[in-house]
Every structure is written in C-alpha cells, then in structure tokens.
Design a protein around this ligand. Sequence first.
Ligand SMILES: Nc1ncnc2c1ncn2[C@@H]1O[C@H](COP(=O)(O)OP(=O)(O)OP(=O)(O)O)[C@@H](O)[C@H]1O
Ligand SMILES: Cc1ncc(CO)c(N)n1
Length: 267
Amino acid sequence: MKTALTIAGSDSSGGAGIQADIKTMMANGVYAMSAITALTAQNTTGVAAIQNATAEFLGQELDSVFNDIFPDAIKIGMVSESDLIQVIAGKLRRYKAKNIVVDPVMVATSGARLISEAAVDVLKNELFPLADLLTPNIPETEVLTGMQITTAEAMIEAARQVSEKYHCAVLCKGGHQLNDANDLLYVNGAYRWFEGKRINNPNTHGTGCTLSSAIASNLAKGFSMEESVNRAKDYISGALAAMLDLGKGSGPMDHGFAIKNNFTEEA
Ligand SMILES: Nc1ncnc2c1ncn2[C@@H]1O[C@H](COP(=O)(O)OP(=O)(O)OP(=O)(O)O)[C@@H](O)[C@H]1O
Ligand SMILES: Cc1ncc(CO)c(N)n1
C-alpha cells in the first residue's frame, strides 16, 4: 500500500485540517499518517483557540514517521509559526522527502487567520523551494505576488510568477472567488485549466485541505501531476455533490461518499 503524510493542524470539528486530510487519504486508497503542527478548537462557525505544537515535539513526530514508514507523498497545511516551518523544512531536506504538496493556509473559510505575519516570509523562503506543488487560492496568490487578481489572465500571470520563483508547479484555485470551480495548473512553463462544475453547496469547510490531500494521495500512487489534479478534482466534486449538511456554519463535506458498503449501512 502506498503511504502519505499530512503535516497540518487539527480541526476539532473534523471537516478541515488533519481530520480532512486523513479521511481524504483513506478514501483515495493510501495509508495516512500525521504530524500535528497545532490543535485548534474549531467548528463550522469559527476558530475559538489555537495551541501550537513546540518545534521540538513536531521534530520528534517527523522523526518517528520518517524513521519507520517512509511517506510516498506529503501534504503540508496549517503551520502558524516560523520555528515550526523551519523544523519541517530541515526534516524534509534531511530525509529527502518527495512528492511534497504545500497548501499555503493563511485564512480559514470562516475568516480566522491561521498564520502569523512573520511566518509568511519563512514559508516562502524555506518551504516553497522544497515543494513539488503549491495550491494557493486567489487571496493567497495575491499575497504571494502582490498582484490584484480579478481576471483569468491575471490568474495565469500570477501562477507563472509563483511557479518560476519557486521552481515548482502551482495550482491556483478559483473556487468561490473568480470563476467558481475552475483551477489553473501552471507546470513546466505551461498552463492548463481544470474546469470543475460549480456545485451549489454552501458547505465548503475544508475544501482546500481536502483537495491538496487528494492530490498528494494520487502522487503517492504514482500518477503524474496533471492526472493527480484531475483525479483530485473528481474526488472533491463528489464530496461536495453528496450534499452533507452538518453544523451551524459552512459545514464539512462527505469525505466517505465513495465508500458505501455493509460497514456503512445504518440500522
Ligand atoms: N462550490 C464548488 N463547486 C465545485 N468545486 C468547488 C466549489 N468550491 C470550491 N471548489 C473547489 O474546491 C477546491 C478547493 O478550493 P477552494 O478555493 O475552496 O480552496 P481554499 O480557499 O484553499 O479552501 P479553504 O477555505 O478550505 O482554505 C478547488 O478545486 C475548487 O475549485
Ligand atoms: C486546522 C485547519 N487547517 C486548515 C484550515 C483551512 O480551511 C482550517 N480551517 N483548519
């Protein structure tokens, strides 16, 4: 069985972060492992509190994973502080990690800020150069480029700039901002649109986490970057189309929509 590791924050409500990543990896057929960067007290309406791991403990989590079950792919999500980012970058280099997908998580769907101002520069300088793929949404792409992105052409130009600067593929997500479910992949000097059908579902808590984990799972299984994105788009569309409706705010998706058998039957 192929293996994947998520390095991210815990979401107590189970729809985003580590919990979304593990559900997604399992649903995509890979063995999921985790190194938790922070605990969040969070639900569909917002983030009440954040408790970061210490850099030392995060380093121990990563050593424990890499020294035992080597991950075929890695997804990195919420990392709030500079020292935590530095530990991750050091371990990824030391263990020669491969298939690294970085979701530059900055703000939750509910609006809460998930990274300190200072850590954004460390993320750019230390982690982005190690990534195979970055998956920013439009506001994050604006922060990364200093551009204002209001057209598809601007999205292409911004993705090109980020890709050339950090020597990696970039998936700029249009979701709930510019052109609905259409995402732009810039890879090896060329771009390609992935046109998703917009699903009229207000419950989008954890979509970014889910997409990046699905891509990492597909890279772990040996698919190319383009095919990995293609399959991940199909997975997230299915999870949104299942129309799960939980919680008082923007709720989670049904990560298990494709797994229906006698173990999931209700009485
Ligand atoms: N209503 C929708 N219908 C279909 N696809 C969607 C919809 N909303 C988002 N997506 C897709 O979900 C994926 C995640 O994109 P999104 O822009 O929501 O990420 P994000 O802003 O990083 O998420 P998060 O809020 O969890 O940080 C993208 O592939 C996007 O196109
Ligand atoms: C822990 C965590 N990571 C990422 C996000 C982004 O959606 C979130 N809301 N919570």
